[in-house]
Design a binder for this molecule. Structure first.
Ligand SMILES: *Cc1c(COP(=O)(O)O)cnc(C)c1O
Length: 389
């Protein structure tokens, strides 16, 4: 049996007719960038996320960069972020010439550890970037409390969490000062190319971000500040408008798949770890849970990725691959070990959880169209791999 990590063609087949009509319509209109389609997507996205303003932009990376630029973050400033995330979260901070301050993550949610944030606040801290990793919200109550105490803006990296609810129905990306999203094709809401979104409830920030998206231009050919070309294409907005209508159904299917993984893991007699400390050399596996361990609050995981932890990870990945099952390692190298950040001299011992995660995490297929048979087969092979390796 073949189980790809992701097969976007299956999703496309469900919406093909409508999407192709929309693309044809936009083509014939020759309204290529911004315009009515982008505006209508912005309205729909703002409504869905429960935010006042949504601004369509060129990518998730640019959304984050704009968030930092909106606060004039630059040389001498510090920005706190998790060491365990996709590279863009750190790259944008370095590109403003501010100093990225990496902190450790929590072993069971894989998200930034609020206690670690509190320990790193200084006079120079100008922003905190929590990442809602893999589709699960970071612990925003704790993070916002620290931020408010020190009067520091929070720029949420929701690139993997468009539609994730934190608690009380509040969406990831609607809680901090600025929310950032990516529509890279493999994200849970994916465009047909690059795209992103910036959200805020602040009217002044929204105005600034809209101008920033177009070189800081307002009125035409007058520039009070320097922005960039961070614009979203009309075709991408039209595709996103179609997909947005299906998103809740796709999230439901992802959650159902996660439940099936749990069901078959039990059936196969896998030892499911509730001790999330280092279990290298054990036969246990850790499965992601849609709740916060400390408070028991359900955080409505949307499973952009279904990321397990497992000992002998690389060998197990190879075994799955030899049996036709796709999986990937998000992420094998934390920021504090990246060559480009060696100038920061971060000691490895400051990040025990992230160091553990990078050697244990493995993301399994979770896309909505996956069948129960494929999940059962994947867990069967996982059990074999654990016994053999
Ligand atoms: C994908 C991603 C980004 C960057 O988004 P792009 O649209 O690819 O630029 C940023 N942060 C995280 C956590 C991501 O997963």
């Amino acid at each position: 049996m073949n189980v790809p990590l992701l097969d976007l063609k299956l999703q496309y087949a469900q919406i093909q007719e409508e999407v192709e009509q929309e693309i044809l319509r936009v083509s014939r209109s020759q309204m290529c960038i911004l315009g009515k389609d982008v505006e209508s997507f912005e309205e729909n996205a703002a409504k869905y996320l429960g935010v006042k303003h949504a601004i369509g932009v060129s990518s998730g990376t640019d959304a984050l960069l704009m968030g930092l630029m909106a606060y004039d973050i630059g040389p001498g400033d510090e920005v706190i972020l998790p060491t365990f995330s996709f590279f863009a979260t750190a790259g944008v901070v370095a590109r403003t010439n501010a100093t990225p301050i990496f902190v450790d993550s929590i072993a069971n949610t894989y998200n930034i550890d609020p206690k670690a944030i509190a320990a790193k606040i200084t006079e120079k801290t100008k922003a905190i970037i929590p990442v809602h990793l893999f589709g699960q919200a970071a612990e925003m109550d704790e993070i916002m409390a620290i931020a408010h105490k020190h009067n520091i803006p929070v720029i949420e990296d929701g690139a993997q969490s468009f539609g994730t609810q934190y608690k009380d129905g509040k969406f990831a990306g609607s809680i901090g000062e600025i929310g950032c999203f990516s529509f890279y094709p493999s994200k849970n809401l994916g465009a047909f190319g690059d795209g992103g979104l910036v959200t805020t409830n602040d009217d002044v920030l929204a105005e600034k971000l809209r101008q920033m998206r177009n070189h800081g231009m307002y009125p035409k050919y007058f520039h009070k500040f320097i922005g960039g070309n961070f614009r979203l294409d009309a075709i991408q907005a039209a595709v996103l408008n179609v997909k947005l209508k299906h998103l809740e159904d796709w999230h439901k299917a992802r959650r159902k798949n996660a439940d099936l993984y749990r069901k078959y893991a039990q059936k196969e007699g896998l030892e499911i770890a509730n001790n999330v400390q280092n279990f290298i050399n054990s036969n246990q596996i850790y499965l992601p849970e849609p709740i916060y361990a400390e408070t028991g609050i359900n955080n409505n995981h949307i499973y952009n990725q279904f990321t397990i932890r497992i000992a002998r990870r690389d060998k197990i990945k190879d075994y799955l691959s030899a049996n036709g099952i796709g999986s990937d390692i998000y992420y094998p190298v934390p920021f504090h070990r990246q060559e480009c950040f060696s100038y920061l001299n971060n000691p490895d011992r400051d990040f025990p959880n992230a160091n553990m995660l990078v050697s244990e995490v493995l993301s399994l297929p979770i896309f909505p169209e996956l069948t129960e048979e494929q999940i059962a087969y994947t867990v069967e092979k996982l059990a074999e791999a654990i016994n053999i390796t």
